[in-house]
Write a new protein. Structure first.
Length: 911
C-alpha cells in the first residue's frame, strides 16, 4: 500500500494526472486514500473538496460502485461531526449526474439538427441504402434517432438512476441525514415522472418501503436492549412530528407520481404506506412537543397516544382524491363513493381549496353519482371481511371533517387516531343518507337530481330505463360549451349501468314472477349507446353474478328464454348458508338476503308474508278483542258487572251479523275493484288507440313529405343529368372537331377562327352546341370553297396530262410489240427445258420404283421360305414327340404285363 499523503497533495496529484489524460489513474489515487488507516483522522473540511473531485471523476467515468464506496466511507466519517458536508457532496453528486443527462439530450437534439442539415435535396429520390434501412425498420429517421438516444442518453440515465439508489442507500435510517434523504427521494420521483420510468419507480417505492420497515425493526431491537438515541445511534423516531411530516410528504409525492404514471397498484401500496406510517408512528414515543401551525391554510392536528402531528387539509384532500381514483380504476364502486364523500367533506367543510380543482356543483354531483353507481343489493359484510376491514382502515385516516360542523369558524381541528379494526364498512344507504343530511343533493346539478329521483324515489320499472337513458347520455356528453373537455361523470357510466340493471331486476322481482329475456332487452334498449351495448349474453352473465352474490333470487329458463323470480316461502333459511345460492329480495336480515340496507319494497314477498303472517294475525286478533271488549263495556251500564260467560255469549250472538257485514264489505270492495279495473282498461285502450292514430298520422305525413322530397330530388337529378349529358355531348363534339382537323380550318379563317379554336380548347368556359355548329358550318363552307378551287386546278392539270400521253401513244405501241415478241421467245425456250427435265425425272422415278418392287418380292420369298422351314421343324418335332410317347406307353404296358405275370406266379406258387 502506498504511504498516506496529505489531502492537498493527493488532490494536486490527481489534478496533474487529469491534465495529462490519466483520468483512471487519478480516480485510483483518490480511491486509495479512502482505504488508508489515516483517512479517519483527516479533517472533514479537508476531505470535502477531494470527495467532490472524486465524485466528478466517478460521474465522468460512470463508476457507480466506486462512487458508492467512497460516499459510504465519507458518511461514516462525517455523520457525527459535519452533516452539512455530506449533504453538499450528495447534492453535488446528483447535480453532476443530472447534468450528464442534460448534456446527452442536448447532443441528441444537435445530432438531429445536423442530420437534417446533411440532407442536400429534399426532393431527391430514395437511395439503395435508404431502401434497405426502410425494409429493416419502420422509419429510417426514427431508427436513427433511437440509436442516437440509446448511445447518448441511455447510459447517462442509467448512471443517474444508480446515483439516486446509491444516495438513498447511503443516507437511509439516519435521523441526522433525514432531510437530504427525503430530498433525494423527491428528486428520484421527479426523474421517474419526467422520463416515464415505470419499472424504476416500482423499484424505488419498494426500496423506500424496505427502508421504512427497517426503521421499525431497528427501533424495536434498540428498545429491547434499552438503548436510546445517543452516542452514535442516530435512529429515526417516527414519533417526532417533524420526522413523520417529512415521511408523509414523501409518501404523498410518491402517491401523486404513481397516479400520474397510471401505476394503480403502486398507488394503492402508497396509500397503504401512508396508513402504515401513521400506525407505526402511533406506537413510538414522542421526543418533541406538540407542533403548531402558523400558516394561513387550514390544517389538521392528528394526536396519537404520545405524539401530535399537523397535517394540512389540502394534503388529506389529495389523499382521498387519489384513493378515490384508485378505487375507481379497480372497479370498487362502494369504497370509491366513500372516499369521494371524504374528499367532499374536506373540500367543503374543512376549508381545503377546491376552486383549482372543480366547482362545488360538480363535486356535489359526483358525490351523488358515485353513491348511485354502487350496485343495489351488494352487501359489504358477506365474505372478505379482512379485505373490507383493510379498506375501511384506509378510509378512516384522521380527517378534519369530523369536527367541521361544530367548529366551522376555527382554523384547525383535532381528531384522535384510534384503531380502525372496529370501524364498520360503508354501505350504499349510509352514503346516500349521509349525502342527504349534508344537503349535497340540493347543490348537485339538475340532471343528477333527476337521476336520483328515478333510481331512489320513484317506482316505475317499465319506464325506468326510458327516464334514465337521456340522463345518462347527458352525463356522458357533459354541459354544452365545454368543447372537447371530457365530462366529469363519464367514468361512472359503466358502474351506473350495472347499478341501474340491478335496480331494475329488484323492481321487476316485486312485480312479476317471471319475464322473458326479450322483454328485459326491450326495457334496457334506451340505455344502448356507442359505449354501452346490452346483449343477451352480457345480461345473462350479470344476472347470474347477482344471483351468486345473493342480490336477487332467480333462475334462467333457457328453453323458454325467460327469467323466473323464485319466491319460496319455506326455503329462505338455506339461502344464507352458501354464498353461491340465490337469495330473496326481502329486506329482513333473517332471510339471508343481500339487498341494500334501508331499501323498502313496494309489496312484501311470500317469504316475508309467511314469516310475519302469524305475528300479524295475533296482533289483529288482539286488537279486535280490544275493540270488542270496549263495545261490550260501553253497552253495559257503569254499575253493572258482566261475567266472562255472558261476554262470550254476547260476542257469539253478534258474530253472524258481523260476518254478514264483512261479506257485504268484501263484495262492495271487489265490485269497486272490478269497476276500477274496467275503467283503467278502457282508459288504457283509449290511450293506446289515440297513440296509434297519432303515430299513423305522423307516419302518413312523414311518408307524404318523403314522397315530395323524393320527387324534387328526382327532378333535380334528371335536370342535372340532362345538363351533364348536354355538356358531355358538346365536349365530345368539340373534341371530334378538333381531332378531325377542324382547328386547322378555323385557324385559317383569321381572328374569328382563332377565337373559336381557343374557345373549343378552353376547359373553363362552358361550351354552347349552337355556336359550335355555326363554327362548323363556317368551317365547312370555307373548306368547300377550298376544295372547289383545288378540283378546278386538278382538272386543268389532268387535261394537259392526257394531251401529252396521246402524243406518246405510237412509241408506246412499238415498244409493247417488241417486248411481247422477246418475252414469247424466252418462254418457249424455258418450256422446252422444263419438258426435258420432266421426262428425265419420270424415267428415274420409274427405275427406282421397279427396283423397290423387286426388293420387296425378294424379301417376300425369303420370308415365305423361312416360315416353311419353321413349319417343317415344328412338324418334325411333333412327330418326334409322338414317337417318344408311343415308346413310353409300350414300355409301361410291358411293365404292367410283367407285374401281372409275377403276381400270378406268386399266387400259384406261394411257397
Amino acid at each position: 500500500m502506498a504511504p498516506f499523503s496529505k489531502p492537498e497533495t493527493v488532490l494536486k496529484q490527481a489534478e496533474s494526472l487529469i491534465s495529462v489524460g490519466q483520468t483512471h489513474a487519478a480516480l485510483q489515487s483518490l480511491s486509495e486514500m479512502f482505504s488508508s488507516k489515516r483517512f479517519r483522522s483527516t479533517p472533514v473540511t479537508s476531505l470535502e473538496p477531494i470527495l467532490i473531485r472524486f465524485m466528478e471523476l466517478c460521474v465522468e467515468l460512470r463508476k457507480g460502485r466506486t462512487a458508492k464506496e467512497g460516499l459510504m466511507q465519507f458518511k461514516n466519517l462525517a455523520q457525527n461531526t459535519n452533516v452539512g458536508s455530506i449533504e453538499v457532496v450528495v447534492e453535488k453528486f446528483i447535480e453532476m449526474a443530472e447534468g450528464k443527462v442534460r448534456e446527452g439530450k442536448e447532443k441528441v437534439v444537435a445530432a438531429a439538427a445536423a442530420a437534417m442539415e446533411d440532407v442536400d435535396d429534399l426532393e431527391a429520390p430514395s437511395t439503395p441504402e435508404s431502401i434497405l434501412l426502410s425494409s429493416v425498420s419502420v422509419s429510417t429517421s426514427s431508427t436513427g434517432s433511437d440509436r442516437t438516444s440509446r448511445a447518448l442518453i441511455t447510459p447517462s440515465l442509467k448512471f443517474l438512476w444508480e446515483s439516486y439508489r446509491t444516495s438513498l442507500e447511503t443516507l437511509k435510517n439516519n435521523s441526522r441525514l433525514e432531510m437530504i434523504y427525503q430530498s433525494v427521494a423527491q428528486k428520484a420521483f421527479t426523474f421517474c415522472l419526467v422520463n416515464g420510468r415505470k419499472t424504476e419507480f416500482r423499484r424505488l417505492c419498494e426500496t423506500l418501503r424496505v427502508h421504512l420497515a427497517n426503521v421499525g425493526k431497528y427501533y424495536a431491537q434498540n428498545s429491547m436492549k434499552g438503548e436510546r438515541e445517543q452516542g452514535g445511534h442516530h435512529q429515526i423516531n417516527l414519533g417526532d412530528p417533524e420526522t413523520l411530516q417529512r415521511h408523509l410528504d414523501t409518501r404523498f409525492a410518491q402517491l401523486n407520481v404513481s397516479v400520474e404514471l397510471e401505476l394503480w397498484q403502486e398507488a394503492f401500496r402508497s396509500i397503504e404506506d401512508i396508513h402504515n406510517l401513521l400506525t407505526m408512528a402511533s406506537s413510538m414515543p414522542s421526543t418533541a412537543t406538540t407542533a403548531t401551525t402558523t400558516a394561513p391554510t387550514t390544517t389538521t392536528t392528528t394526536t396519537s397516544s404520545s405524539s401530535t402531528l399537523t397535517i394540512k387539509s389540502t394534503m388529506m384532500a389529495n389523499y382521498y382524491e387519489k384513493l378515490s381514483q384508485v378505487f375507481l380504476m379497480s372497479g370498487n364502486a362502494l369504497y370509491h363513493a366513500a372516499a369521494w364523500a371524504k374528499y367532499y367533506d374536506l373540500v367543503t367543510y374543512a376549508g381545503a381549496n377546491a376552486s383549482a380543482v372543480e366547482n362545488r356543483e360538480v363535486l356535489a354531483g359526483k358525490v351523488i353519482v358515485s353513491a348511485l353507481a354502487v350496485p343495489v343489493g351488494k352487501t359489504t359484510t358477506t365474505g372478505g371481511g379482512g379485505v373490507h376491514s383493510r379498506l375501511s382502515a384506509l378510509l378512516n385516516l384522521p380527517s378534519p371533517a369530523a369536527n367541521a360542523h361544530a367548529h366551522s369558524h376555527s382554523t384547525t381541528t383535532t381528531t384522535t387516531t384510534t384503531s380502525t379494526n372496529a370501524v364498520p364498512p360503508p354501505t350504499r344507504s349510509d352514503l346516500l343518507s349521509s349525502a342527504l343530511e349534508r344537503d349535497v343533493l340540493r347543490l348537485a346539478p339538475e340532471t343528477v337530481k333527476k337521476l336520483y329521483e328515478a333510481l331512489q324515489v320513484d317506482f316505475d320499472p317499465l319506464e325506468l330505463c326510458v327516464r334514465v337513458g337521456p340522463l345518462l347520455r347527458e352525463l356522458e356528453l357533459g354541459k354544452e360549451g365545454e368543447g372537447e373537455k371530457p365530462s366529469p361523470y363519464a367514468p361512472y357510466l359503466p358502474l351506473l349501468h350495472q347499478s341501474l340493471l340491478s335496480r331494475l331486476l329488484t323492481h321487476l322481482s316485486e312485480v312479476y314472477s317471471s319475464i322473458k329475456i326479450d322483454f328485459l332487452l326491450d326495457l334496457v334498449a334506451p340505455l344502448t349507446s356507442s359505449s354501452t351495448l346490452f346483449t343477451p349474453a352480457s345480461i345473462e352473465s350479470y344476472i347470474m353474478a347477482c344471483a351468486r352474490k345473493g342480490d336477487v333470487d332467480l333462475r334462467i329458463d333457457h328453453a323458454e328464454r325467460g327469467i323466473v323470480f323464485v319466491d319460496e316461502p319455506f326455503s329462505f333459511s338455506s339461502s344464507s348458508s352458501s354464498s353461491t345460492s340465490s337469495t330473496s329480495t326481502s329486506t329482513s336480515s333473517s332471510s339471508g338476503t343481500g339487498v341494500e340496507e334501508g331499501y323498502r319494497p313496494v309489496q312484501a314477498s311470500a317469504t316475508d308474508l309467511v314469516r310475519t303472517r302469524l305475528s300479524k294475525v295475533a296482533e289483529c286478533l288482539e286488537g279486535a278483542l280490544g275493540v270488542l271488549e270496549g263495545k261490550v263495556s260501553d253497552s253495559v251500564g257503569d254499575g253493572e258487572e258482566v261475567s266472562p260467560q255472558s261476554q262470550i255469549q254476547t260476542l257469539l250472538a253478534s258474530l253472524p251479523a258481523y260476518r254478514k257485514k264483512l261479506l257485504l264489505h268484501q263484495s262492495i270492495t271487489a265490485r269497486r275493484r272490478q269497476l276500477q279495473q274496467e275503467l283503467n282498461a278502457r282508459a288504457q285502450a283509449q290511450s293506446l288507440t289515440m297513440q296509434a292514430e297519432a303515430m299513423r298520422r305522423a307516419k302518413e305525413q312523414a311518408r307524404l313529405l318523403s314522397l315530395v322530397e323524393a320527387r324534387e330530388r328526382e327532378a333535380a337529378r334528371r335536370k342535372a343529368e340532362l345538363e351533364q349529358i348536354r355538356r358531355t355531348e358538346a365536349e365530345k363534339y368539340a373534341k371530334g372537331l378538333l381531332e378531325g382537323g377542324m382547328s386547322t380550318l378555323l385557324k385559317g379563317m383569321g381572328k374569328e377562327g382563332r377565337e373559336a379554336v381557343e374557345k373549343l380548347t378552353s376547359t373553363t368556359d362552358p361550351l354552347d352546341t349552337s355556336s359550335i355548329i355555326k363554327m362548323q358550318v363556317l368551317a365547312l363552307e370555307k373548306d368547300k370553297s377550298l376544295r372547289t378551287s383545288r378540283l378546278k386546278t386538278i382538272s386543268k392539270r389532268g387535261i394537259k396530262e392526257r394531251e401529252r400521253l396521246g402524243r406518246m401513244r405510237g412509241d408506246w405501241e412499238d415498244r409493247k410489240s417488241t417486248l411481247l415478241k422477246r418475252k414469247g421467245e424466252e418462254f418457249a425456250l424455258r418450256r422446252e427445258k422444263a419438258q426435258k427435265k420432266i421426262e428425265s425425272e419420270k424415267a428415274k422415278r420409274l427405275a427406282e420404283y421397279i427396283s423397290k418392287q423387286n426388293e420387296l418380292a425378294r424379301l417376300a420369298r425369303i420370308e415365305a421360305e423361312e416360315s416353311a422351314r419353321v413349319e417343317r421343324e415344328r412338324l418334325a418335332q411333333e412327330e418326334l414327340e409322338r414317337r417318344r410317347r408311343r415308346r413310353r406307353r409300350r414300355r409301361e404296358m410291358k411293365g404292367e404285363r410283367r407285374e401281372r405275370g409275377r403276381g400270378r406266379r406268386i399266387f400259384n406258387n406261394p411257397g
